[in-house]
Design a protein around this ligand. Structure first.
Ligand code: HPA
Length: 271
């Protein structure tokens, strides 16, 4: 997407809202409930926005939700666009760019993920300290828009250290136990094999999922501060003697959503 197209999409949204969001929040599978806490809420469906692809996954509503959360102007993505849906990586950049050019400075990315670290249990929340891009492609491949960000963005601090510290402090204050670890993106849509999970663990991964990494790359490129939170919805393949399915993912995220909602809304208040 070039800057003209981004601006066209931003213009459509701007005409329909009367706040300037300062924080963007991407809600992962089963975590869309946080949007219900938004006051003075305005929803804008992705499919109505020029140039935007549509989300097709069950459990993903496919809209931006604008309004106030704990006194802060926010924009949430209730449902994200995934690479496995068949879109070219570069299109995944647009929803992030729209939020950037609407005015956000910070992006909170959340996801459902499989626990690779054997010290995790389903229902754990993990602050993401770093990631490994096992999708082996990148949303920034192609012509670089110098006005958006540099050709070769630094990823050595992709997940903002101050925000991680804030998350840890708030977790402690609220008595919510938080894990911390490395998120690994696989393309999906298959869940991983036990051998792949073993490899990911050996290479330093703590959680595995099918999203987030492209969002974070794009966010970092255009100068946003990022906080990432994974909801460990299941143990990754081969750890327990049981098959994996999307139903378990949704059931676990439903079980922990109260904890998740409390944590994220408190973080938003303190940012
Ligand atoms: N693997 C990949 N993606 C996931 C998983 C998993 O085990 N759980 C939730 N999203």
């Amino acid at each position: 997407m070039n800057l003209e197209q981004i601006k066209e999409s931003v213009q459509y949204v701007k005409e329909r809202i009367d706040i300037t969001p300062e924080i963007g929040i991407i809600l992962g599978s089963g975590l869309g409930d946080l949007a219900n806490m938004v006051e003075e809420r305005v929803n804008i469906k992705y499919e109505d926005i020029p140039n935007m692809p549509k989300s097709t996954v069950v459990g993903h509503a496919g809209q931006y939700v604008f309004g106030k959360l704990n006194g802060k102007n926010v924009v949430m993505m209730q449902g994200r666009i995934h690479y496995y849906e068949g879109y070219p990586m570069e299109i995944l950049a647009l929803p992030i760019h729209i939020m950037k050019y609407l005015g956000i400075k910070t992006l909170i990315v959340t996801n459902a993920a499989g626990g690779v670290n054997e010290g995790f249990i389903p229902g754990d929340l993990m602050l993401i300290k770093d990631h490994i891009n096992f999708a082996f492609t990148n949303p920034l491949i192609g012509k670089n828009e110098e006005d958006v960000g540099p050709r070769f963005p630094d990823m050595s601090n992709a997940y903002d250290k101050d925000l991680i510290q804030l998350g840890e402090k708030i977790g402690k204050d609220m008595n919510i136990e938080l894990k911390k670890g490395v998120y690994v993106m696989m393309t999906g849509p298959t869940y991983e094999t036990p051998a792949e999970i073993k490899m990911i663990r050996i290479l330093g991964g703590d959680a595995v999922g099918m999203s987030t990494v492209p969002d974070v790359i794009v966010a970092k490129h255009c100068g946003l501060k990022v906080l990432g939170i994974s909801c460990i919805t299941n143990m990754a393949a081969g750890i327990l003697d049981q098959p994996l399915n999307h139903k378990e993912v949704i059931e676990t995220s439903n079980r922990v959503k109260d904890k998740f909602v409390k944590l994220v809304s408190e973080i938003v208040k303190e940012i």
